[in-house]
Design a protein around this ligand. Structure first.
Ligand SMILES: [Zn+2]
Length: 226
């Protein structure tokens, strides 16, 4: 009798085991399907050549996410240079900017607050992959990805907020590298008194106009300002 009872338990246990396996498979399918698209990484890239004054080495990249190199991932935040990790923010004035999903909600609130305070945002650029930092390689090209590459920097109203070098202190001796002349007081020009400065620095980000050193990037905000 004992043996029969023992044997009769086996099919019942197998049914439970199969049910658990089936349930696990269903859960795996539910969670794996939306991620399948995110397993791919696509981006357009280039390198800046200071000597030529232009972007070179343009390339369209499509690769499995498992093959991402360390330089393609931000060291601290869950942001990569893959287009799949970014989203478009639609501002209340109709302007759009693409940034890393991890910071998109905070930036959307900050930028819309600046607009409500009547700071005009006419031009805005966020996510843009390119090697614009670091030492030059043997061909004279920059070797490191910028913070824009990770969707962790924005440029606002570049036509009145230029990027300067030779500019430890702002003076007529500063040399304009990109964008238009910085004109404090002009509509859309950024200074610490403007609502856009207040809203974005309140997120913990810093302004490129207050960078220590010889560059001043008046259009630029990022977590460290660089
Ligand atoms: Zn910038």
């Amino acid at each position: 009798m004992a043996r029969v009872a023992k044997l009769s338990r086996i099919p019942a246990m197998s049914a439970v085991a199969i049910s658990i396996q089936f349930l696990a498979l269903c859960i795996a399918l539910i969670f794996s399907t939306p991620n399948a698209a995110a397993e791919k990484c696509t981006y357009s890239t280039w390198a800046w050549s200071p000597e030529e004054g232009r972007a070179v080495d343009h390339a369209e990249i499509i690769k499995p996410r498992s093959e991402l190199a360390a330089e393609e991932r931000h060291p601290d935040l869950p942001c990569t240079i893959c287009a799949e990790d970014h989203r478009i923010i639609a501002l209340s004035n109709g302007a759009e900017v693409t940034v890393c999903k991890a910071v998109a909600d905070d930036l959307e609130v900050a930028l819309n607050a600046a607009l409500r305070a009547e700071f005009p945002i006419n031009e805005i650029v966020g996510y843009r992959v390119g090697r614009t930092k670091g030492v030059l390689d043997e061909s004279g090209r920059r070797t490191q990805y910028s913070h824009h590459s990770f969707g962790l920097a924005i440029d606002i109203n570049s036509s009145v907020n230029g990027l300067y070098e030779n500019c430890a202190q702002f003076s007529p001796r500063c040399r304009l590298l990109r964008g238009g002349e910085w004109r404090p007081g002009a509509p859309g020009a950024i200074t610490p008194e403007t609502p856009v400065y207040g809203a974005i620095t309140a997120m913990g980000w810093r302004w490129g106009g207050e960078l220590p050193g010889r560059q001043k990037d008046f259009m630029h905000f990022s977590p460290m300002g660089d």
